[in-house]
Write a protein that binds this ligand. Structure first.
Ligand code: ATP
Ligand code: MG
Length: 427
């Protein structure tokens, strides 16, 4: 019989115990910061009707054309693994009447799926934390969202490594006009366009603006500029946003080439980028999508949001060692032998009841005191609690600090151990 072994699907990574502290730190910081701005969590399914993404993200975007995991279920319905969260969020809000005469500030997190070429900072299953605000049309909410993201970078300790780029795409009408202008210009310069750009010329010419091809970029120097075609309202909206960012001391650069890969954006778009991750430098991206709710069957409703890539943020946290995680446990409980086992379990339960945040690992599986001590040391625990024959006879636990030689080892009545440890645990 041959032994078959399995590997994870290419581009879909395990997140190992050594990595999860950074993830938990990121998740906790985000939840705290969002709560401080009155945002509520929403949890959404990972699978949606394919049509939802085609209608919202756009039929001719890279995501819908080439990157979606699409399949027929047993009922021959076309479903897709979600490539992003905004469409699902809007769908859920409409389905449950959450946009009816009210505003919403929402956040979500979880895995997203895109069939892309896996590389550092780019996976096929990746994770996003996303934020969406509905029913708010003014630049105040744009500024608040950016202030909120800045606060998160500060909490994570990476604010010195990210910078903000913003742009305005104008109204959908203004963008349509500009699109025609740009198309006409590019048709006159087709010789300088690579295959990718030629493919986009008809379907999604704005995406050509962020082509990485130097020859294309050279031609684009003389191309019509989006900012010259903006409608009055978008121009004012953008100017007010800039003024509010200045007032908040949020630095930014205007990047006239910033267009984003999804069709639904209008007016404000932005990206937080870093130089510390190589080519995959965008850690958070978003913008305003005032037409999307209506496009998905709702009443016209303003919307704005962003999504950040958790893998990329965790890579940054690893580099800065910013998540301040220490060992997995605070204390390691050493059990003398079989005769002590039952009581050892009881002591451990009692300690956990008295010190609810104590991370206590009870040794299981026997072995000498010496080998258990080695394991205690390796566990990273600051404390070892010993329970052998002598302790059992005396009703004590021996408490030993493994890291600080100035703290002397002592046998304490078992009942008093919680009280003794408390000041050391920073609870
Ligand atoms: P990129 O230009 O890097 O492909 P995008 O414009 O496709 O990004 P969005 O759809 O706006 O990205 O997603 C928001 C964020 O999610 C990105 O800025 C990035 O941090 C993260 N992200 C997107 N795709 C991936 C992926 N395949 N793997 C890891 N993170 C990703
Ligand atoms: Mg992409």
């Amino acid at each position: 019989m041959s032994k078959q072994s399995f590997n994870a699907v290419r581009g879909m990574n395990d997140i190992l115990p050594t990595e999860t502290p950074a993830w938990q730190f990121l998740e906790q910081c985000a939840a705290d910061v969002f709560a401080a701005y009155g945002y509520q969590e929403i949890r959404l399914p990972m699978v949606e009707p394919t049509e939802l993404f085609a209608r919202s993200i756009g039929d001719v975007t890279d995501i819908v054309e080439k990157e979606m995991y699409t399949f027929l279920d047993r009922n021959d319905q076309s479903l897709s693994l979600r490539p992003e969260g905004t469409a699902s969020c809007v769908r859920a809000c409409l389905q449950h009447g959450l946009l009816h005469n009210q505003t919403q500030r929402l956040w979500y997190s979880g895995p997203m799926f895109r069939y892309e070429r896996p590389q550092k900072g780019r996976q096929r299953q990746f994770h996003q934390i996303g934020v969406e605000a509905f029913g708010l049309a003014g630049p105040d909410i744009d500024a608040e969202l950016l202030a909120m993201s800045r606060r998160l970078w500060q909490e994570l300790g990476i604010d010195q490594q990210v910078r903000l780029e913003i742009n305005s795409l104008g109204s959908l009408e203004a963008r349509a006009t500009y699109r025609r202008e740009l198309q006409a210009f590019l048709r006159d310069h087709m010789g300088a366009l690579d295959e990718d750009s030629l493919r986009r010329l008809d379907s999604n010419p704005l995406r050509i603006l962020d082509s990485k091809n130097p020859e294309t970029q050279a031609v684009l120097q003389a191309a019509p500029r989006l900012q010259d075609w903006l409608d009055q309202e978008s121009t004012e909206h953008f100017a007010q946003l800039c003024a509010q960012l200045d007032a908040l001391g949020i630095e930014y650069v205007r990047n006239p080439r910033l267009v984003r890969g999804l069709d639904y954006y209008s007016k404000t778009v932005f990206e937080w980028v870093t130089d510390s991750l190589g080519a995959q430098g965008t850690v958070c991206a978003g913008g305003r999508y005032d037409g999307l709710v209506e496009q998905l069957g709702g009443k016209p409703t303003a919307g704005i949001g962003f999504a950040m890539g958790m893998e990329r943020l965790c890579l940054m946290l690893e580099e800065t060692a910013g998540h301040g995680s220490t060992g997995a446990v605070d204390a390691y409980f050493i059990v003398g032998g079989d005769a002590q086992q039952q009581e050892a379990l009881q002591w451990c339960e009692q300690l956990r009841s008295r010190l609810p945040t104590l991370r206590l690992l009870m040794h299981c599986g026997g072995g000498s005191m010496k080998s258990q001590m080695k394991k205690a040391d390796k566990s990273g625990a600051a404390w070892a609690l010993l329970f052998g024959e002598q302790e059992q006879a005396d009703g004590t636990l021996t408490v030993k600090n493994l890291r600080d030689p100035a703290i002397t080892q002592q046998a304490l009545p078992g009942e008093r151990v919680a009280e003794y440890l408390l000041p050391y645990l920073g609870m």
